[in-house]
Design a protein around this ligand. Sequence first.
Ligand code: CDP
Ligand code: MG
Length: 736
Amino acid sequence: RYRDTNAEEKMNPFAEQEAWEEHQIGKATLKYGSKNKKLASDDYQFVFEDQIDFIKASVMDGDKFDNDEMADSIEKSKAKSAAEALQEERKKLPIYTYRDELLQAVHDHQVLVIVGETGSGKTTQIPQYLHEAGYTKHGMIACTQPRRVAAMSVAARVAHELGVKLGHEVGYSIRFEDCTSDKTILKYMTDGMLLREFLGEPDLASYSVVMVDEAHERTLSTDILFALVKDISRFRPDLKLLISSATLDAEKFSDYFDSAPIFKIPGRRYPVEIHFTKAPEADYLDAAIVTALQIHVTQPPGDILIFLTGQEEIETAEEILKHRTRGLGTKIAELIICPIYANLPTELQAKIFEPTPEGARKVVLATNIAETSLTIDGIKYVIDPGFVKMKSYNPKTGMESLLVSPISKASAMQRAGRSGRTGPGKCFRLYTAYNFQNDLDDNTVPEIQRTNLTNVVLTLKSLGIHDLLHFEFMDPPPAEALLKALELLFALSALNKLGELTKVGRRMAEFPLDPMLSKMIVVSEKYKCSEDIISIAAMLSIGNSIFYRPKDKQVHADNARLNFHTGNVGDHMALLKVYNSWKETNYSTQWCYENYIQVRSMKRARDIRDQLAGLLERVEIELTTNPNDLDAIKKSITSGFFPHSSKLQKNGSYRTLKHGQTVHIHPSSGLAQVLPKWVVYHELVLTTKEYMRQITELKAEWLLEIAPHYYQLKDVEDTGSKKMPRGEGRARITDN
Ligand code: CDP
Ligand code: MG
């Protein structure tokens, strides 16, 4: 059922054929193979190597909308000032017609479920309407988003519409980044951040309205928020609660909120022609690119939206598209490539919303964020490969992985709908009609049923919610997953035997981090190395975007990276070394360039570190550094991550101590050639194999010293497997 892109690549029988032949046609260089088809165009001819055959399958009905009226009003608004035009634009959104009715409904009911097509104006307009109606006089309006990029970009848009500076009246709050001020009245935030606000303010007294937006996404935090806001609405009759969703199955939300009324905003949608491929595609990324080019040279104007699964894939697609269009020069119209994914730097996010210049075509390469969270005007063609990166969790082993998985039918419909917002659209599905009918689930399983719950359980326990089995979940998580979370929190000493929060647990809950990281930080007090540990934690929170490897300078980049690993200190210590060296140069950008380190990531790490330092102060842990006591730092790491310990096997692979799972050292690790006997890892990533990423060597006796309740002597006893000599039996390096 699940597939992993890299593994797929290895298995792809067509991979060999990807050595393109280059041919010169007129001035345009195009690559082609055997099954060519000619596509005639006015003054040039293209030959595609691998033209894709689609079958037109169906048309999704849209409510007809008067095109001329729209064009007319666009013309009129051109004449006005930019600010006026913006206000005109607001009035053209489908929701505007229902403004007064909506305000009346909010006035009449405490809880309201709002349903409206994506792009109808729910996220950007409703908080503004409520503000205009006076709801901000006695509190802020919170609007939650499942994704950080959406929160940031929507806040920017609304600030722009209101003509205020972002962070003043309109702001956003995402983890480690608070862009709000005393003036803020409209606050866009991730659902996870609102969840954390309950810790400081259990009745959300500073808010007059809470809008849980994108409710249909059913993220873990949104599901937990449902229960919490429902609870406070009972003793805060003045608090207005809006649950907004882009899909029509709103009855479920209504039922959950004691039959709250549903306010439907009629959509303004054009028909969308759906095309399926005749046969399954072996390589969806390549198929998507070919399809985009095919659209570009054969179809009338209109932008293209391609759904991909993640940053890496998007960057690859961008590179290939650039490469393939470059050779064509002026033979084709300009193709503007706009990537959008969660970690896209803020300054590049605005680009996707810029109107496409006349004569050019925009192609947006997006993750699932463009499915409902973000609306990009002008999209006429959607390419849907049918996959999404999704978390999956095995409660038996406690292992969580991000896997590329097939989307649901509901997702496929949403994606198709993105092409019919401003005119009739076309959706090209890179899978067959048979696949759609028979292989796709109807709906996506809510995240709460396929994720690690440790963090959420710790948050709920700190909110004083003790009985989790009877907590009012909209869809309950598997009991096994709850149990696993309780067990882990007990092992980390965050809970006592009765399942009550301990002092350690209370301190851990202050940190907006995974409980294992929080534990590592809290315990650093004991080992007198809190300064060092928060640097490591901040660096780990950045993910794997610290080092970069330009294609033409890979050897230099690798050498620079290995410099930080001198003495085989392990990856955590290497991260600390990177941070401290940067700090010693007074946070020099030049130093980052010289060492192939992304300065943007480092600045973010510094920012996160500052916040962690503030939180240490809050839980009254002194800042202490112990740079020469390597063992102290490693013991702190082990105190948080001992459940992630594994032991070297004779064949060079590792086995996790607790569950006996076979795992490998990630080739990017400084210890990949060293193969220490005992290691503790930060996380597992599944690509071609289960890889441990960010590894530190540990001593087996530490496990008994630190976690005697978790490991027994037999777990750490020497069963005869010897340390591998260098270079023998080491994990094969097959992945980057
Ligand atoms: O929430 P909903 O999907 O109903 O719509 P919305 O996000 O409020 O979008 C309403 C309009 O604002 C759309 O036409 C978007 O293109 C526009 N918008 C924008 O221009 N820039 C943003 N960052 C967000 C929305
Ligand atoms: Mg929205």
